[in-house]
Design a binder for this molecule. Structure first.
Ligand SMILES: Cc1cc2nc3c(=O)[nH]c(=O)nc-3n(C[C@H](O)[C@H](O)[C@H](O)COP(=O)(O)O)c2cc1C
Length: 429
């Protein structure tokens, strides 16, 4: 067996000659400049309390919640505390989903570094992002106080608590009751965190087990008096199955996707995997632009299931995964999403991104003369079918084209009776 190379320490003379953080700052600046280029051509618009001031309305109503625009802060670092959630409301985000909380934060111990990036070949653009971050490590009491304060300061804006607990009915009931008392408007249930928490049979471990999911959703919905969205993991063969289970057990909506199980890569100098903590890592969750095609496929599958199995219900879908622009969001809405969440995009571009998201979405709507988000929601869903059907449609189209063909293929097809018409059929003007 080969010995694994030890991690190389920073040479002492380099470390001494460089002011602390200097290299990091230069790199951050370079990445930021390129990231800004990515959004340079995105139209930016003015928002007042999250609402557009002219052009088609972006307002949406979902499960009785009224949002000035469909853009929601996805659970994660952008919803970790009062300061950042306040900033999100001030900048105009349609709603905020706080970082996932549980009853006992002392069990949540994070490590650093906990992020790793997939970059473009020139190293300047972030394409994918892995994290091995756990849920909130802040005491629940502190988070609840901050929820109360935010609701007092922004009574008309939607604040959603993301919650997670162990397989324990009493624990779920206590968590739900305490969050409701703090005044949150809805719950998103984290059945989907792919790392760390499944070791305690939480997060993705619950979302992958439909029997468990059904039972826990039953407890949650018997207790909750506000809307409940179940956040699904993409790390399953058929995401429509757990989504169906959650809706059948009384959830009002589905959010998809959480991160995709990933290993960002191996450092070929040290032979150690990234992100590297004491020379080791654990598989993490993948997000950002690279996951968008996968997220779209999962949302399409959930939306089709909803239309088929819950045709008369007001069940909602909150789509996410790799959204950076208003046009990205339009794609999720065209596949049936009522709202669109952004998490890593906020970590890359900051809270003012909302102005570009709304600007881009409005420009798309103006291009097609859509007056409201609801007018085009799900409009692309009918264009998905099976491969078998694609073959049938193509065969029929070819046959139709053959029939419609004008002119004569060969000289011996000329006839005496239809001579003039046959000649005319080959005239081009
Ligand atoms: C650093 C980080 C931390 C996250 N923490 C949570 C969390 O606490 N709860 C949760 O439900 N999802 C969490 N997520 C998942 C995101 O909410 C989202 O589902 C996923 O990142 C895909 O969306 P995105 O590409 O817009 O980031 C986290 C994601 C990242 C990048």
């Amino acid at each position: 067996m080969h010995a694994v190379a030890s991690l190389r320490p920073v040479p002492a003379q380099l470390a001494a000659s460089r002011p602390v953080g200097a290299r990091r700052c230069r790199r951050t600046f370079r990445c930021r400049a390129r990231q800004d280029d990515v959004l340079a051509n995105e139209p930016e618009i003015k928002l007042v309390n999250g609402a557009v001031t002219s052009g088609p309305s972006l307002a949406v109503e979902v499960n009785g919640l009224k949002l000035p625009n469909p853009f929601v802060i996805g659970s994660g670092p952008p919803g970790t505390n009062y300061a950042v959630m306040k900033k999100a409301f001030e900048e105009g985000w349609g709603a905020v989903i706080a970082k996932t909380v549980s009853l006992d934060s002392s069990k949540v111990i994070n490590v650093t570094p906990r992020y790793a990036k997939m970059k473009s070949s020139d190293g300047k653009e972030v394409i994918g992002w892995e994290n091995i971050e756990l849920i909130s490590d802040r005491p629940l009491e502190v988070m609840l106080e901050e929820f109360k304060r935010l609701k007092a300061e922004f009574p008309d804006r939607v604040l959603i608590a993301s919650i997670m607990e162990e397989y324990n009915q009493a624990a779920w009931e206590e968590l739900i009751e305490r969050c409701q008392e703090a005044g949150v408007d809805a719950f998103e249930i984290n059945f989907s965190c792919p790392h760390g928490m499944p070791e305690r049979r939480m997060g993705m471990a619950m979302g992958q087990d439909c029997e468990l999911l059904h039972e826990v959703c039953g407890w949650i919905n018997a207790k909750s008096t506000i809307p409940v969205w179940a956040k699904m993991t993409p790390n399953v063969t058929d995401i429509s199955m757990p989504a169906r289970t959650a809706l059948a057990a009384g959830c009002e909506g589905i959010a998809a996707i959480n991160t995709i199980t990933s290993v960002m890569g191996i450092n070929l100098d040290t032979l150690r995997p990234e992100p590297c903590v004491e020379g080791h890592t654990t598989p993490g969750g993948y997000s950002s632009r690279a996951v968008k095609p996968i997220a779209l496929a999962k949302c399409m599958s959930i939306a089709q299931m909803m239309r088929h199995d819950f045709p008369h219900s007001a069940a909602s879908l909150s789509g996410l995964g790799g959204v950076n622009t208003g046009r990205d969001a339009a794609e999720f809405i065209l596949l049936g999403s009522n709202t669109v969440q952004v998490c890593t995009g906020v970590m890359l571009y900051g809270y003012p991104l909302i102005k570009k998201l709304c600007g881009g979405l409005q420009a798309f709507m103006q291009q097609h003369d859509f007056a409201s988000v609801e007018q085009f929601r799900g409009a692309s869903l009918p264009y998905f079918t099976t491969h078998h059907e694609l073959v049938r449609m193509q065969r029929e189209a070819v046959e139709a084209k053959k029939k419609a063909r004008v002119g004569l293929a060969k000289d011996d097809e000329w006839s005496g009776d239809g001579f003039v018409e046959e000649a005319e059929s080959m005239v081009s003007n």
